[in-house]
Design a protein. Sequence first.
Length: 436
Amino acid sequence: MTDAAPRLAALAETLLGAPLPVRIRAWDGSEAGPPTGPTLVLTHRRALRRMLWKPGELGLARAWVAGDLTVEGDLFELLDRVAGLLWEREPAAEPARPAAGTLALLREPRARAAVRELIALARPWTPPPPPPEEAVRRGGSPHTKGRDRQAISHHYDVGNEFYEHVLGPSMVYSCAYWSPGGTLEDAQRDKLDLVCRKLNLRPGARLLDVGCGWGSMALHAAREYGVRVTGITLSREQAVYARKRVAEEGLADLVEIRVQDYRDVKDGPYDAISSIGMAEHVGAARYRDYARTLHALLRPGGRLLNHQIARPPEPDEAAYHVDEFIDAYVFPDGELSPLGSTVGELERAGFEVRDVEALREHYALTLRAWVARLERHWEEAVRLTSPGRARVWLLYMAACALGFERGRLGVNQVLAVRSAPEGESGLPLRSRTWGG
């Protein structure tokens, strides 16, 4: 029989209380759902087992990573259509035992019957193992130095050549700063320059670049502004790559790249500190220590530019849960905080916050550009990593792009000053010109 897709569509309508928003093709070749738009393809009935054993986002993501679930057509459109089912509804508590727990969540007899039929379609009823090689294995307590090294290595030590295909020649892995009609390279250059101008960099000044990545900020600051830069990263692959770029540009007298934890930097004071896309790895429990450490490393009058992704505040912050897919497959131990929490912690550490600039729409554009590059270089990306790893990056970047577009995610540049004892900030009265 080739009726799996129509049965799935009818069952989904029963459970959702609305028609299935996308077309589906099942493992038996049958199709159902809207006649136009992208198609969700269940290549194996195991995909259904994954979604039943892990209801919600993680089950879908595991099916995607394993290749049990694919998309024909526009991935962005498909995610947009199913967003209301995944991210824009109240999360349900995960059941203790998948079969019994799933039924316990459903009170209506029709819904219970639908779940029983889904279980029959998904046979055999055995828990499918997670995709084997892509989820990170962790040891020790969160945000210790050793575990942070593990987490950073999982995300960034994928291979520099893979990141070249995704990020392009700029090798900047953070939100760009777009102008109408500009390219990704233009936008990343403009972002780096914006940071330099906000920090008021001058020849001979000392800049600490925390989480320096592949060295792009350090190189730009040294080349264009003549500053002496110390870049630190926990990724050995990034450090090797960045040092090579420094040598090739003849900037070894101005730029030093270290494999070092920010907690181990002892050679302050610095005139300025940039932290671009790094603070998401710190963790809420460690954030005040992070802010105090950077404050202590600045001279009086020195500036910090903290560029960080944010999430909206929860009605009850104690109920906030880290995204399971992102935590397991993308950013282990990564945590997002509301903008107000970040500003508050910086102020508690002694900083005077002088400017906040929201760049939410800019990150959506950046992620769409990265997705386009990954799709364009798909075969090479798979060869350099694995099919599962490439699928992780594609899903994560596409979903995040929609998150920024819909306002579920934000990103902000916070400029803060370690004020001099007499209260002198060093900023001009109209600072938004940023010297340029």
